[in-house]
Design a protein around this ligand. Structure first.
Ligand code: PGA
Ligand code: ZN
Length: 428
């Protein structure tokens, strides 16, 4: 079969915030096709691959004409005739064509959509679902999901400072049961908000709108919701994405909701107090991306009892993960393909994390589409954890539902990662 790349077409589609984004379709000489879509973040790390936008007045500056011109012009020319089964070579060509350290010329949105489209076409040529093509016969697990119940920060008009209040169904026996448990907690939280007279729809990733008087109040209501749904802390634990780069820099942290400001040390005291008082098993970006000392201090303070995930801090970069590990910062990495800009770089970061014994959480962005590729990456690469936002809005549910279908395909060979996917020693 001839698996050389014959056609590449970029088109503008629209994401879950009604903003334009890049979709790329690849066709091989054999007729096999693949489609890749770029998601978009709102609380981005400054070292991520550049999300190339047109600027100007049209579409609030979010236009993707320039990114699409890159796909249909130089990228299509460079990749035509290459073998889609050689993902590393295709991605190396994209990296070379771009020529910058952060995909600033071609746009990380153009490169990741293209890279994913080629991957999908290769799986189609092999006649396999993407997850199975990626696994290549190695064992896989259904991931421990990390699911948002309240959305805050940049995803909710900064109504609260902390970005994600999430749960992890550690005690489920299967992925199917894990979603059942989260559904009960999600609706219990909605009922609690209604009873308080503060149920006001949902934030960007589908979590309940965070109408609270303080950041800790959200934590309290979340703990109540877990209890109300009938679960113990070792069955459903709390996870936080602080996204501290959004309100901290130069060692100062400002909680706008509470009109309070902290230095790094006081800030860590506050977080560690939460970790002691609530069943928190995982914390992402506890400090700002420029606070390397703070990250080390937090990671050392929690030891191996809490997963510490680097998102803005590590930007899916293999070298940053290796450096952070050497310095005792974080013990897990968020894996966002569009932060890296190609499938191969994303995979490398995941592999480095695995070699280090770290956790690896494949993650969506706040701006998403119906695309479910990341579910296949999480399962095919056997990362053990998956974060795609909350338990409402179809760009989120499409992904959870895809994992259910894969669990069914695996049949009696399906194995749910559960708490064992965490780099921690004890349950909360
Ligand atoms: P983003 O947020 O997609 O808006 O960057 C997701 C996250 O911080 O994990
Ligand atoms: Zn994050």
């Amino acid at each position: 079969m001839n698996t050389s790349i014959e056609h590449i077409v970029g088109r503008r589609i629209w994401d879950s915030r009604g903003r334009p984004t890049v979709e790329v379709e690849v066709e091989l000489a054999s007729g096999a096709r693949g489609r890749g879509v770029a998601p978009a973040g709102a609380s981005r790390g400054s070292n991520e691959a550049i999300d190339l936008r047109d600027g100007g007045l049209e579409l609030g500056g979010y236009g993707v004409r320039s990114a699409l011109a890159n796909v249909n012009g130089p990228i299509a020319s460079a990749l035509r005739g290459m073998d889609a089964m050689q993902q590393a070579q295709v991605d190396a060509a994209l990296i070379e064509l771009d020529g910058t350290s952060n995909k600033a010329r071609m746009g990380g949105n153009a490169t990741i959509a293209t890279s994913l489209a080629v991957l999908h076409a290769a799986a189609a040529a092999a006649g396999e679902p993407l997850w199975r093509y990626l696994a290549g016969g190695a064992p896989v697990r259904l991931p421990l999901p990390e699911i948002q119940i309240f959305g805050g920060g940049a995803h909710a008009g900064r109504r609260v400072d902390i970005q994600d209040f999430l749960v992890m169904p550690l005690g489920a026996q299967s992925f199917d049961e894990a979603l059942f448990m989260v559904a009960e907690v999600y609706h219990a939280a909605g009922d609690l908000m209604a009873a308080r007279g503060s149920r006001m729809g949902v934030a960007d990733e589908g979590g309940w709108w965070p109408d609270f008087g303080s950041n800790e109040e959200a934590l309290e209501v979340l703990a109540q919701a877990i209890h109300k749904a009938g679960y113990r802390n070792d069955e459903v634990a709390i996870s936080l994405d602080i996204a501290a780069s959004e309100f901290g820099r130069n060692g100062r942290y400002k909680l706008a909701l509470e009109s309070r400001e902290f230095g790094t040390e006081e800030w860590l005291e506050l977080l560690l107090g939460w970790v002691r008082r609530y069943p928190i098993i995982s914390v992402e970006d506890p400090v700002a991306e420029d606070d390397a000392d703070g990250m080390r201090a937090f990671t050392q303070a929690v030891g191996r009892s809490v997963q510490v995930i680097g998102d803005d801090f590590l930007v899916t970069d293999a070298a940053r993960v290796a450096t952070a590990a050497a310095l005792g910062q974080c013990n897990a990495v968020l894996i966002k393909p569009n932060q890296a800009g190609t499938v191969t770089e994303t995979r490398r970061t995941m592999e480095v994390a695995r070699e280090l014994g770290w956790g690896a959480v494949v993650s969506a962005r706040s701006g998403e589409t119906e695309d479910v590729a990341i579910v296949h990456l999480a399962i095919g690469w056997n990362t053990g954890q998956l974060k795609v936002g909350s338990f409402s809005r179809s760009e989120r549910m499409a992904k959870w539902n895809e994992a259910l279908r894969i669990e069914e395909q695996l049949g009696s060979g399906a194995h749910y990662a559960g708490w064992q996917a965490l780099p921690v020693r004890s349950t909360p």
